[in-house]
Design a protein around this ligand. Structure first.
Ligand SMILES: [Zn+2]
Length: 115
C-alpha cells in the first residue's frame, strides 16, 4: 500500500466517523420518546413507543461499535500490517478497504469464516 493510499483511507475513516457520530446524535435525540399516561392512550401506544425506542437503541449500539472499530483502524492504518488479511496475510483489495476500512480479513477468508 502506498503512503497516498494510506492517507486516502485515513481521510475516508475520518469522514465515516463524522457521519456516524452525526447519525448517532440524531438517533439519540429521537429515540427516547417520553411515555406518559396521556400519550399512551393517544395516537402512539406505550408498546409502540417502547418498540421504537428499542430499534433506536439497537442501531445506536451498532453505530457505536462501528465507531470503536473505525477508531482502531485509524490507529492501525500506519502499521505495516494494516491492509493485510490476518488469516492468509495477503493484501486486502483497496476497494474492500474503502468500503470497510476496519476489515482485517480478505473477501475469501471472511467468506470461509462465515460458512
Ligand atoms: Zn485472507
Amino acid at each position: 500500500m502506498t503512503p497516498q493510499q494510506r492517507q486516502e483511507l485515513k481521510q475516508h475513516i475520518h469522514t465515516e466517523l463524522r457521519h456516524l457520530s452525526e447519525e448517532l446524535h440524531a438517533t439519540e435525540e429521537t429515540s427516547s420518546p417520553t411515555v406518559t399516561p396521556d400519550n399512551a392512550i393517544g395516537r402512539i401506544s406505550r408498546v409502540e413507543a417502547m418498540q421504537a425506542r428499542h430499534i433506536g437503541d439497537a442501531s445506536a449500539r451498532a453505530r457505536k461499535e462501528r465507531i470503536v472499530r473505525l477508531e482502531q483502524a485509524l490507529k492501525d492504518v500506519d502499521d505495516e500490517d494494516y491492509g493485510l488479511c490476518v488469516a492468509c496475510e495477503e493484501p486486502i483489495p483497496l476497494a474492500r478497504l474503502r468500503l470497510i476500512p476496519e476489515a482485517t480479513l480478505c473477501v475469501a477468508c471472511a467468506a470461509s469464516l462465515e460458512s
